[in-house]
Write a protein that binds this ligand. Structure first.
Ligand SMILES: NC(=O)c1ccc[n+]([C@@H]2O[C@H](COP(=O)([O-])OP(=O)(O)OC[C@H]3O[C@@H](n4cnc5c(N)ncnc54)[C@H](OP(=O)(O)O)[C@@H]3O)[C@@H](O)[C@H]2O)c1
Length: 290
């Protein structure tokens, strides 16, 4: 089996590679796997020539496409970069995959929704992104054929890269009071848990769109309180504010409620990811142990 991973230097991509390496080690004696992990420096998905050359050289059976320009606020000021990487880059991956018969698994986002729903979004709800980033990721989804796997996730935190869990821990060591918004709802998701599900779906070549998040939901205020509690700090040091009170305001609008019902997994009888609090506890332990 040959598997190519894009965005392997990112939060999710690095955990996908770790999960693949773990599985490959288990089966080394039967049929060996070749895992080709590519970072942006090694493979810019915005370059059609580079993607076609890499994929036709490796001839993977599966491509896990985790590369993206994920700078949600910066994307507002540079939509061309967002669309070049997230939409056109996915077109290149899809084209190259077709040439070698590879199955593509693409990571997408809860930000494809507008957040106006009063219930969690299923895979069959209509997207309506509010931001350039959300639009570029939805455009990426639309570059893929029906046989591909799309995994939408949200509020990802892992050991590698930048994320809100790390931000909360850093701020907790710098300031007495922390302010976090209490009017954006989502499901914090462990990069490691997500990677396990992504690898399963990719290797099973499961077609269609899946929502993959940890179970349960909270606000960034609730999330920050939980991180403080897990790290042994007083959670009352976090105060709730409204998005409208952020100073300076964030350039990109966020959905007020982007909780994803993992309906396709649930209705298929697939195992769901654990509760977000459980996975966050493991992550905070890891981060404090570093
Ligand atoms: N983080 C979240 O909360 C979240 C939520 C929903 C969905 N997602 C989706 O999950 C996937 C993984 O996100 P993540 O959290 O792992 O983000 P991340 O840590 O920012 O990783 C994305 C990786 O893609 C790389 N990249 C950027 N431009 C590229 C290019 N032109 N060619 C190749 N690689 C490029 C980045 O490299 P550099 O760092 O060198 O630029 C980075 O290593 C993305 O598709 C994202 O849209 C993430």
């Amino acid at each position: 089996m040959r598997i190519l991973v894009t965005g392997a230097g990112g939060q999710v991509g690095s955990e996908v590679v770790a999960e693949l390496e773990r599985r490959a080690a288990e089966r080394r004696r039967s049929s060996p796997w070749r895992i080709v992990a590519t970072t942006r420096a090694q493979l810019d998905v915005g370059s059609r020539d580079s993607v076609l050359a890499a994929v036709t050289t490796v001839e993977p059976q599966v491509i896990i496409h985790a590369a993206a320009w994920t700078a949600v606020d910066d994307s507002e000021g540079d939509p061309d970069r967002a669309f070049r990487v997230n939409a056109l880059g996915t077109r290149h991956v899809a084209e190259a995959a077709r040439l070698v018969g590879a199955h593509v698994c693409y990571l997408s986002t809860d930000y494809v929704f507008d957040g106006l729903s009063d219930r969690p979004y299923t895979e069959w709800d209509d997207p309506n992104p509010l931001s350039v980033y959300g639009r570029s990721k939805l455009a990426g989804e639309r570059e893929l054929g029906a046989a591909s796997t799309i995994v939408r996730t949200g509020w990802v935190c892992g050991r590698n890269g930048q994320n809100m869990a790390k931000t909360v821990l850093r701020l907790a060591s710098l300031q007495a009071i922390l302010s976090f918004v209490d009017d954006q709802h989502g499901s914090p998701t462990s990069a490691r848990d997500l990677a396990v599900k992504v690898v399963d779906l990719a290797l099973w070549r499961r077609p269609g769109t899946f929502h993959g998040t940890n179970q349960g939901s909270t606000t960034w205020f609730g999330f920050a309180q939980e991180v403080l509690r897990l790290a042994g700090h007083d959670p009352e040091r976090v105060v709730p504010i409204a998005t409208a009170d952020l100073d300076p305001p964030r350039p990109a609008p966020r959905p007020a409620c982007s909780v994803l019902d993992n309906a396709a997994l649930r209705l298929s009888g697939d195992e769901l990811l654990p509760a977000w609090e459980e996975s966050l506890a493991r992550l905070v332990d890891d981060l404090l142990g570093e």
